[in-house]
Design a protein around this ligand. Structure first.
Ligand code: ADP
Ligand code: MG
Ligand code: MG
Length: 886
């Protein structure tokens, strides 16, 4: 019932049902909160209902809230459907007043404890309910410690705590505008409203935006009878995990703090001891706790984390939930539980995801050498970056140009920082979350990024920053930034390659246990993790119906893709084969005036292209290789117009027919305002006679050569940027003529399917017609996104995107995850109408989305045959395709 009771409330109820020792209480639903937040008032019957449930609780406990010789105290706790750790408020010790504090002291036989609890209540109540700045209270506490000459609050004597209570009441009056309420019922209702309100604090909103948690769910409020971990050395409080949430290793794991209340452990400002110590301190409670943890795992069938408190030797459970974990732990735990047949492999597959796998594939810092971070921020773009700290972009670019590795450190970034970000190994900011400019752009460029490291104070003018604890980072100091967990370290932390990538490079053969000893070699590799990944990858491959191919332009990339499990090349971008040395040939092609000149150049290009394709077909023998005919605007191959103009002007009018002159005329002729929407793709093929024919011939001859060498080549020809069926028909006729001619000459040539990219809205809308001339479609979702939204990826990510994300125009960049409502609708429509024309039309996707977890699921659901992505993303796509099918 987590929707209604929040995760915390639902799990408290569940633990109670399991017969575990949970302090009694009740939960106010998220429905009440939603009503309160929308009307600004408590629902009409809420107060009465709270009264009834409180009365029941009082009867059950045989005590009354804040009254009598043994007063009942309660905690008022937030808890939403999705865990938002530390984002909302909780008020403890509600029910204490000037009278009940004395009763509590008498009951507990401990003055110190009672006054300590009371000062905690006034402090928490003041901050949470009355919105008083916590530093007022903190300053007084600090002064008290100083005057008493003690380090810890726990060492303050009762008289001092009593004086603090008076001081805190004064702060409440001065800064909260009212007296601390002495009526326990009033404390309770005010606390409940404050917890409702805490749903909408800035930090809670920011957190939800980052985690994509809807804003309208509201929080539940759990009211629980207080139990006390601060009743002396036989009391205490702790947090624990049923397995190690960092590595996934089996065995309980946790921290315990003697003589403390819950908040103290979570806040981490007092010294905790490992759970194993509890076994020595209180063996009975330790045993009970271990049993309960086993019960919880058996019940939830997963890693659980818990909060517990021991009150004078009695153990109480205060919270549990299926715990958060690192990517490595997620794989390890899922595979272990499947191995132990606690869950089946389908369920194991559901418990991991592609972005976790992607994380495991980045190189990472050597855990043995990383020590404590100096700061932490939001892990915004994964990776491990090491470099010299630089505080402005121009200097970052300059230092990088000298071959230095740099980390760009900014308060926040803006479009002027693009050069610096591009030059840097990593980006670190002190402001902003996962949708900040720095985060969006860094992810787009594949740069490591940690943002919102709030403890760091950046002074760009002074070229330095300070870190929490007072350390200073000067320009040039080496930083190590971990984009996977958000930690920032001073100095160079050694980087180790990913064991998981090594496994994929081995073609998916797990390394590991020594066959004689059965032990994993102690070589820094996480073999257990690799075995877990292997198990889940195999299962994903068994389940998935979506094929996975790779985008590869070279034999090297294709071979790697094959090792990573790609079943072919879904996109070979031939334009990449025209760069470097061959640029000159393209220049000549553009300059060619006569047919003869042009044919000469094409004849020179032919053997080069043939060799490219031969290598690619060899690397993917027996698998499809989709060759896209030349796509980009021709002028991309030509010299820069300004440079060329200068050169020509310098040369004066000597030889009007110089090469530069002719080149300049051609460059001018081909210059476009919007090259992205200009002469490219199929348009180019129609304008430059013989170009596409040469490419098709190269493909056909390469296939013939491969056959002659005993291979099994399966090339496919793909025509880019088609908008109208007729464009494709023209190219197809020409291609078929060439294919037939080569077949006649060479005898053994495989059938070469001819298909098209669907990457323009018009193509998607007339897909039924286009399918008449196509053997397959491949959705070019990058261009389709650009043309459907009408913005260019190269231009927008640095400018208004961060603002759009921030303001919720889209939850995630449409270049990262397919925009299902817009672009996705065109994909579905084209797939449907295309197949209506031609039932065995092949359907694939090439483009960045092919390796994006959420998009892969969409393509699976849209009924496509395969996705194609960069070789490195192939395992991610395989895993997600499997997940989409279970
Ligand atoms: P959060 O969601 O921030 O963890 P909680 O509602 O769990 O907030 O409460 C904060 C701390 O107070 C936790 O450590 C919790 O265990 C402790 N706590 C909450 N309710 C009680 C209670 N009834 N008795 C003792 N400690 C409590
Ligand atoms: Mg908690
Ligand atoms: Mg394109």
């Amino acid at each position: 019932m987590a929707d209604l009771l929040g995760g915390k409330g639902a799990n408290l109820a569940e633990m109670t049902r399991l017969g575990l020792p949970v302090p009694p209480g009740f939960t106010i639903t998220t429905e009440a909160c939603r009503s309160y937040l929308s009307t600004g008032r408590e629902p009409a019957t809420l107060r009465e209902e709270i009264g009834d449930h409180l009365a029941a609780l009082e009867r059950r406990m045989g005590r009354r809230l804040g009254r009598g010789a043994d007063p009942l105290l309660v905690s008022v706790r937030s808890g939403a459907r999705f865990s938002m750790p530390g984002m909302m408020e909780t008020v403890l010790d509600v029910g204490l007043s000037d009278t009940s504090v004395r009763a509590l002291a008498g009951q507990a036989g401990d003055d110190r404890f009672a006054w300590d609890s009371y000062r905690r209540l006034i402090q928490m109540f003041g901050r949470t309910v009355l919105g008083i700045d916590g530093s007022h209270f903190d300053a007084e506490l600090e002064a008290a410690r100083r005057e008493e000459g003690v380090e810890a609050d726990a060492s303050l004597p009762a008289v001092r705590l009593r004086a603090l209570v008076e001081e805190f009441k004064r702060i409440t009056r001065v800064h909260g505008g009212r007296d601390f309420p002495q009526d326990p019922r009033e404390q309770l209702t005010l606390a409940v409203d404050a917890v409702f309100d805490s749903w909408n604090t800035d930090r809670a909103r920011r957190y939800r935006r980052q985690e994509h948690i809807p804003d309208d769910l509201g929080t539940a409020v759990s009211v629980c009878a207080m139990v006390f971990g601060n009743l002396g050395p036989d009391s205490g409080t702790g947090v624990a995990f049923t397995r190690d949430p960092a590595t996934g290793r089996t065995g309980v794991y946790g921290d315990y703090l003697r003589n403390a209340q819950g908040e103290d452990v979570v806040a981490g400002y007092r010294n905790t001891v490992p759970l194993a110590e509890l076994e020595r301190i209180d063996p009975g409670s330790h045993r009970r706790l271990t049993e309960i943890m086993a019960t919880l795992e058996r019940h939830y069938l997963d890693l659980c984390d818990i909060e517990f408190t021991i009150e004078r030797g009695t153990l109480w459970m205060l919270q549990t939930r299926v715990g958060k974990r690192t990517a490595a732990a997620a794989f390890r735990i899922a595979a272990d539980l499947a191995e132990q047949e606690v869950i089946d492999d389908d369920e194991a597959l559901r418990r991991v995801d592609g972005s976790q796998l992607a994380q495991l594939m980045f190189p990472h810092f050597d855990p043995a050498h990383r020590g404590e971070p100096v700061a932490r921020g939001v892990p915004a773009s994964p990776g491990a970056a090491v470099g010299a700290a630089v505080f402005d972009s121009a200097r970052a670019a300059a230092r990088a140009a000298r071959g230095e590795r740099v980390v760009l450190v900014r308060r926040e970034t803006n479009p002027d920082d693009l050069d610096g970000m591009l030059a840097a190994e990593g980006v670190l900011t002190s402001r902003g979350g996962k949708t900040s400019h720095a985060a969006v752009v860094a992810r787009g460029m594949g740069r490591t990024c940690v943002c919102g490291a709030e403890g760091i104070v950046v002074d760009a003018d002074a070229r330095r920053a300070t870190v929490p604890g007072g350390g200073v980072i000067e320009e040039g100091d080496v930083l190590s930034v971990d984009g996977t967990d958000g930690s920032v370290h001073l100095g160079e932390v050694p980087v180790v390659p990913s064991t998981v990538v090594e496994y994929f490079e081995n073609g998916g053969t797990p390394t590991g246990a020594d066959p004689t000893t059965g032990e994993d070699p102690d070589d820094g590799r996480d073999d257990a993790l690799v075995r877990a990944v292997d198990r889940l990858m195999r299962h994903a491959d068994r389940r998935r119906v979506l094929g996975v191919r790779a985008n590869a332009d070279t034999g090297r990339d294709a071979r790697r893709a094959a090792r990573f499990g790609a079943a072919g090349v879904g996109l070979c971008r031939t334009e990449h084969m025209f760069l470097g040395e061959r640029r000159r040939l393209v220049e000549r092609l553009v300059l060619a005036v006569t047919d003869r000149e042009r044919e000469e150049v094409l004849a020179e290009l032919l053997p080069l292209q043939r060799a490219d394709f031969t290598e690619l077909l060899a690397a993917m023998d027996g698998m499809p290789v989709t060759v896209r005919l030349l796509d980009p605007p021709l002028h991309e191959f030509l010299p820069d117009i300004t440079e060329l103009s200068v050169r020509v002007a310098r040369a004066g009018d000597e030889g009007d027919d110089s090469r530069d002159h002719r080149l300049l005329r051609a460059v001018r002729r081909l210059h476009e305002q919007n090259p992205m929407l200009g002469l490219r793709g199929v348009r180019l093929g129609l304008v430059v006679p013989g170009l596409f024919a040469m490419q098709v011939r190269a493909v056909a001859e390469a296939a013939a050569d491969r056959r002659a060498a005993g291979g099994d080549p399966r090339p496919e020809i793909m025509v880019p940027l088609v908008a109208a069926a007729r464009e494709l028909e023209i190219v197809r006729e020409e291609a078929e003529r060439v294919l037939a001619e080569v077949a006649a000459r060479r005898g053994s040539v495989p059938t070469v399917p001819v298909g098209t990219m669907i990457e323009l809205p018009r193509a998607a809308l007339t897909a039924g017609e286009i399918a008449g001339a196509a053997d397959f479609f491949s959705f070019g979702t990058n261009d389709l996104t650009q043309t459907v939204w009408g913005f260019s990826r190269d231009d927008v990510e640095g400018s208004f995107f961060a603002g759009y994300l921030e303001r919720g125009v889209f939850p995630v960049s449409p270049f990262e995850t397919i925009d299902a409502a817009g672009v996705g609708t065109l994909v579905r429509t084209a797939a449907r109408t295309g197949r209506a024309t031609s039932p065995d039309l092949g359907l694939g996707v090439c483009g960045e989305h092919g390796g994006d977890p959420a998009s892969v699921r969409f393509f699976h659901e849209a009924g496509l045959d395969y996705v194609s992505c960069s070789p490195f993303r192939v395992p991610v796509a395989r895993l997600e395709a499997g997940r989409a099918a279970v």
